[in-house]
Ligand binder design. Sequence first.
Ligand SMILES: Cc1cc2nc3c(=O)[nH]c(=O)nc-3n(C[C@H](O)[C@H](O)[C@H](O)COP(=O)(O)OP(=O)(O)OC[C@H]3O[C@@H](n4cnc5c(N)ncnc54)[C@H](O)[C@@H]3O)c2cc1C
Length: 482
Amino acid sequence: MSTVSPKDSTADSHYDVIIIGAGLSGLSSAVRLGMFGLKVLLLEKHYIVGGLNSFYAKGGRKFDVGLHALTNFPSPSSGKSSPLFKLCRQLRIPLDSLALQEQTSSRITFGTTDLRFTNNFDFFISEIERVFPHEQERFHRLLSKMENFPAYSVDAEELSTRNILAEELNDPLLAEMLLCPTCYYGSARENDIDFPTFVMLFDAIFKQGLARPEKGIRALLDPLTSKLKELGVERKMNTPVKAVHAEEDRITKIELENGEYLTATHYISTCGGLETETLLQPPPQTKNFEIGRFSIIESISVFEGHPKAWGWDETVVFFNDSDSFSYNEPKELVDLHSGVICIPNNYGLPSLDQKQESKLRVTHPANYSLWSALNEESYAGQKKIWEGKILENGLRYLPTIKEKVAKFKSKTRMTDTFTPRTIKKFTSHENGALYGSPTKRRDGATSFQNLFLAGTDQGYVGIVGAMLGGIAVANNQILRNL
Ligand SMILES: Cc1cc2nc3c(=O)[nH]c(=O)nc-3n(C[C@H](O)[C@H](O)[C@H](O)COP(=O)(O)OP(=O)(O)OC[C@H]3O[C@@H](n4cnc5c(N)ncnc54)[C@H](O)[C@@H]3O)c2cc1C
């Protein structure tokens, strides 16, 4: 693709492209379009970039909002075909600058059954063969089916993974254990995940693996914002979009909360399908996007010493207390039956400096409507109550003897918890839906010729997915047609 001259930039207030949302997809689209000389404006309602994957400081400490794991670790054998390598090349971010640290090992645990995995896929296969010897042949047939399925194509059929696993495997426990990590890392649909997303996440988590940039999410956000500056991409923070005005099949202007109107030749929205439809003026007669229902609560404990000193050397643990995995909006504030533990200090080589602090993150499904109905006082009270329950429950899934629980609590220097309300605040997703709507538009096209969706509701979720989605919309929907 060659550099092109910007179109339609004669008037100062007119842009080639206006992008709504400075999460990872919006930032990636903006950098890509800026690289080709387009006049781009990035609008963000918050004061900070990163959307769902950002950072903050509290109690003198730095926290990443989300970041459990960067999926798609580019092993030496995956080389230039690795999605992370490709996206770094498209954005001109040297892969080495991320200083990726690999996971130690992780685990899926259901009742008394454990499956461990590392960034060596052969090890995961050997674990499945050890724990489910009677499923060996069928599991290999499932792997071939996944390899032959066009999961990465924009028109891949959205089949039910539950149905496919029920057809392909005899042991329901293996099916449930494969669903757990893939749902938690990217399903917008309750109790299931569409097959193309399952295949992409299976590749991303098990075939390629988990890693973490040494400096956390800022290793991606800092170079992206520096590039926007270098490329002259305009960025307006604290600037919520109030409405997107349309005439027939085109968007004509954007209205900001501050009363300003802006125009562009193309528009990209990263705030979600349903949320974009809500911004439309006049409102559409029918809504095309189903509401997402799955949200989470996460509790973070900052504790003294390295996790190894507590006997914890794993990075991520996906847990479920029975043989059957339920992944849905709970009937109470939090569902403690299943969840995810992440120990970010267990990436890379451990430092045995006893004076250091470490973090333990525990995530569970949570109900947005119940959390949002609480007044401020009850909200703060419930957060405290659930913080304690979540920590105690999470410790059951780590090698922890009972006496250690009290000791761990006494060595905990601070805790912080975010709820579905926090997710709604930082993404504007209806219902605080972690992965947006179950309805996805992989090519980003909408019923308006000059409006495209990028990010979560394109169906490419997670950090790598959101960035690849943002790049794909910029390349395929805008740059290719100039
Ligand atoms: C707790 C948690 C942990 C996670 N952990 C991981 C992980 O470990 N690994 C991983 O790969 N993925 C993880 N994810 C998922 C990942 O963060 C997301 O899939 C990805 O960041 C989505 O990016 P996005 O750009 O599509 O959307 P978003 O991040 O939602 O960005 C959309 C942006 O649009 C802005 N916006 C919305 N409405 C408006 C408006 N009207 N006007 C202006 N701006 C607006 C929002 O403020 C936001 O900044 C996690 C998510 C959460 C919540």
